[in-house]
Design a protein around this ligand. Sequence first.
Ligand code: ATP
Ligand code: MG
Length: 503
Amino acid sequence: MGKFFATVSFLCSFCYALTTMAGNNDVIIRFEEVSFEHGHNKPILKEVSFSVRTGSKVTVMGQNGAGKSTLFSLLTGERKPDDGKIHVTRGASIAIARQVIPRDELELTVRAFFECRFKEKVYDIEPKIAKVLEVVHLNAPLDRIVRSFSGGQQARLLLAAALIAEPDILLLDEPTNNLDKAGIQHLTEFLIASQKTCIVISHDADFLNAFTDGVLYLDIHTHVVEQYAGNYFDVLRDITARVERENRKNAQLAKSIQENKDKVNFFAQKGSKMRLVAKRMRDKIEEMEEEKVDVRREDKTIRPFVIPVQDGLGGDVLTLSSVRIIHDHKPKNKSVKVALRKNKHLLLAGPNGIGKSTLLESIARGTCEGATLAKGVTIGYYRQDFSTLNFDHTVYDELKAVLPREDEEKIRSTAASFLISGALIYTKIGNLSEGQKGLVAFARLVLERPGLLILDEPTNHINFRHIPVIAKALDQYEGAMILVSHVPDFVKHIRIDETLELG
Ligand SMILES: Nc1ncnc2c1ncn2[C@@H]1O[C@H](COP(=O)(O)OP(=O)(O)OP(=O)(O)O)[C@@H](O)[C@H]1O
Ligand SMILES: [Mg+2]
C-alpha cells in the first residue's frame, strides 16, 4: 500500500488504536483524549477530543508546524497515538491527498502511482484512472513519470489518487497549493457537490468558505483541538471576541484583587478584632486569583523583514529573448523581449503546466538558451518544492551555508524572526512541516542578499497571517525579481513592473 494513502477498513487487524463505532450513525470520526508526540518533548496533541459528523465538510486550521498534517497521519493509521483512542464508523474508508508527493513516488509512472493506492492488484485499473483524471481535469499519459508534471498537475494527481478508491472520508492537505484559478474553481465545485465527509487543511480563506461548515482549530500553544461551527471568518471573529472577553474578565478581577489587598492592609493594622475580617478578605482574594482565566494566546506572525540586495548591482541583470513553453505536451520556443534591471519586478503568468517552473529553473541553473545573466549576479531561488534546501541539513547548517563566514547570532536571530527558534533550529529540514520549510527558505534569502530573486509560488503552505508580511518584503525588494504566483490577492500587494504572459 502506498505510504500516503490508507484505506482504513475496520475489519482488518492493524487498527489497534482505531476502534469501530456502532450505534451512532451521525458521527463518523471521534477523537477521544488522543495524545501524540514526535519523539520526546515535541508534543503535538494533548488529550485531544472532537468529533466529525457524517457528510460534513470541515476545515483544519492552525499555525505552520502546529501538527495538522500529523493529525491526518493519525487518522489514516500511518502514525499511532501515544494515548487515547480514534474511533471511525465501522467500514468507513479513508483516503488522503497529501500536502506533497513523497520523494520516492516522484519516480513512478502515472500508472504505478495509481496502482500503489491499492493493496491488491486491480485488473481494470485503466478505466478507474481515466475516470479520476477526468474529475481533476488532467490529461496524463500512463507511462509519464510523476516528477515530470508541473506543481499544479501534481496537485491534481494527488487529488485523483485520493479519489480512486472511492473513500467515505476524504482528507485533503493543502489541496489548492499550486492550482491555478480554473483548478481551484473546479475543486470547489467538486467539494460542494460531494456527499462524502471531507476534512480539509488549507490557508485559502475564500476556497474554504465556499464549502466548509465547521472548523477544527489546532492550537500550537496548548496542543488542543478547539471545535467551532461556521466558516473560517466566523471562527477568526469568535476567537478575537473570546480573547477580548478573557482579557476583560482578567482585568476586572485584577482590579478587585488590588482593591481587596489594599483593604486587607488597612484592616491588618487595626488590631486583633479586625484580623478575622482581613483573613476572610485574603480567602476572597485567593478565590478571585483562581477565577482568572488563561487567555487564549494568539498564533504568532513572522516579523517584518527585508531581503537585502546584492552590493554593486547595475545595468541589465537578466535579459530574455526567447523562452521554452509546453504546448500539447510538447516543448515550443516563444520569442519575448524582457530586460530586467535592478529594482524591476517581473510577473510570469500562465496556466498550470505551461512551463513556468521549468523556465525559472533553467534561468537559475544558467541553462536557459534565450537568457543572458549579468556576470557575478547572486541568484536567490525560492523553489516550489523546496528542493534547493538540503533536507538532511539542520536549519542552522542550511542557513550557515549561505553566509561568507559563520555568524551564530545572525543565523539565530534571522531564523527566530521566521518563528524557527529553540530546538527547531537543530531539526533536519526534512522533518520540518511544509510551511516551516517555506519560512526557512525565506530566512535563507534574507541572509543570501541576492541580486536576482526568483520566486516560484512563494505562498504555498504558508499560514495566511504571514502572507501580507511576505508580500511587503517582496514589494520593497530592490534587486531584479521574477515571480510566479497563482494567488491574485498576494500579487496585488507587490509592485509588478512587467507581466510576461506565457499562455
Ligand atoms: N518525522 C518527524 N520528526 C520530528 N518532528 C517532526 C516530524 N514530522 C513533523 N515534525 C514536527 O512536528 C510539527 C508538526 O508538523 P506538521 O507537519 O504536522 O505541521 P502542520 O500543522 O501540518 O504544518 P504546515 O502548516 O506547515 O503544513 C513540526 O514542528 C514539525 O517540525
Ligand atoms: Mg502540513
